[in-house]
Design a protein around this ligand. Structure first.
Ligand code: UT7
Length: 332
């Protein structure tokens, strides 16, 4: 039997977003803001919002099916499913539900939480399983429904986020390895900059036996701090990943950043001296979809022919944790 190499190929992509679209003008009916402020400060014009009866599993399943179809494998061939999300339908995890809905009988499935860096962290995690030879076919999904955790009276955050899911299939291949380099980072000392924290309420079960039950507090963010963090750390981490890949900035075909703010995309590209024409951006249509933003943008660019097989991409995620990371990979 032919031995499989330890190379990794990204062979399929898919995405799914809810039908309901909320534009900046309609949002201005709810909070004191304007299309002019949102568009000029963030580049966002629309965001998609999941209806009450739409589950994260449903969006993730749709994106996954597209990625599996493009890769040419069957769901039954999958060995591993990683769902990167911070908004699972079930706090115990939603990856298994997706495994069941896809009919991926032999796949082990688990959730991975790293907020807006989740897809990047998931890609590197998947790569370790492939490189060790443990698994051949991995489905990686980034999906979030942050609209359920946004304070819709807080104009500083509610204008930023949208819902969606994106997915890729990563496979072992005996051709050259397509994941050229990566670097992941965390800094918990800055955790308070961006949180969706549990709000415990003490309940006494018996005398001397108290527990906490509550719910999660809506998203809080120090926008300026997170902005400063992103424009400093993201170029650094991309440079480290490029170093590990042993290639230079000029070898990149595309810069594919977490879609948080057009000004961040522009500033990072500027610092790295990457021309605007190489920057993938779709946040005008979707806003910040957290773990879904990189794979949705990737899938759109692949399907419209912008990204072609063999193109070299620098992807970088950043966000709550704080977490950030970059991966250099070739498509296809
Ligand atoms: O996915 C995780 C990663 N997250 C991010 O990357 C977010 C990073 N941060 C940002 O993108 C930006 O900091 C924001 C878009 C969140 C905010 O932009 P900014 O240019 O940093 O604005 P600011 O927070 O400095 O606020 C400027 C002004 C303030 O008014 P005053 O104090 O100058 O009178 C805000 O109250 O804009 C006001 N403001 C708004 N005005 C209209 C804040 N939000 C709004 C709004 N509409 N939606």
């Amino acid at each position: 039997m032919k031995e499989l190499g330890v190379g990794i190929a990204i062979t399929g992509s898919g995405s799914a977003t809810p039908a309901v679209c909320l534009d900046n003008d309609r949002l201005s009916e709810m909070v004191e803001t304007s299309d002019e402020w949102i568009a000029s400060r963030t580049g966002i014009r629309n965001r998609r919002l999941a209806a009450p009866d739409c589950s994260l599993t449903e969006l993730a399943d749709r994106a996954a099916r597209e990625a599996i179809a493009m890769s040419g494998i069957a769901a039954a061939d999958l060995d591993l499913i990683i769902l990167a999300t911070s908004t699972a339908d079930d706090l115990f995890g939603s990856a298994s539900t997706i495994q069941a809905s896809l009919g991926a009988r032999k796949a082990v499935a688990f959730d991975l939480t790293a907020a807006c860096s989740g897809f990047l962290f998931g890609m590197v995690t998947a790569a370790q399983f492939i490189r060790t030879g443990a698994y051949k076919n991995v489905l990686l999904i980034g999906a979030d429904i942050l609209s359920r955790w946004v304070d819709w009276t807080d104009r500083r955050t509610c204008v930023l986020f949208g819902d969606g899911a994106g997915a890729v299939v990563m496979q072992a291949c005996d051709r050259a390895d397509r994941l050229l380099g990566f670097e992941l980072c965390s800094d918990g000392t800055q955790n308070k900059c961006l949180q969706l924290p549990y709000q415990p309420q003490s309940t006494e079960l018996l005398e001397g036996v108290a527990i906490a039950q509550g719910t999660y507090h809506p998203i809080t963010m120090n926008g300026q701090e997170v902005y400063r963090f992103a424009v400093k750390r993201v170029p650094e981490v991309i440079e480290k990943a490029l170093f590990r890949a042993a290639i230079g900035v000029d070898d990149l075909d595309w810069l594919l950043l977490h879609q948080a703010n057009q000004r961040i995309l522009d500033a990072v590209a500027h610092r790295l001296k990457i021309p605007d024409r190489k920057v993938i951006s779709n946040l005008a249509d979707y806003g910040n979809t957290s773990a879904a933003s990189i794979p949705i943008a990737l899938d759109e660019a692949v399907r419209d022919g912008t990204i072609k097989p063999g193109d070299t991409i620098a992807a970088s995620g950043f966000g709550a944790g704080l977490t950030w990371g970059a991966a250099i990979f070739q498509w296809g």
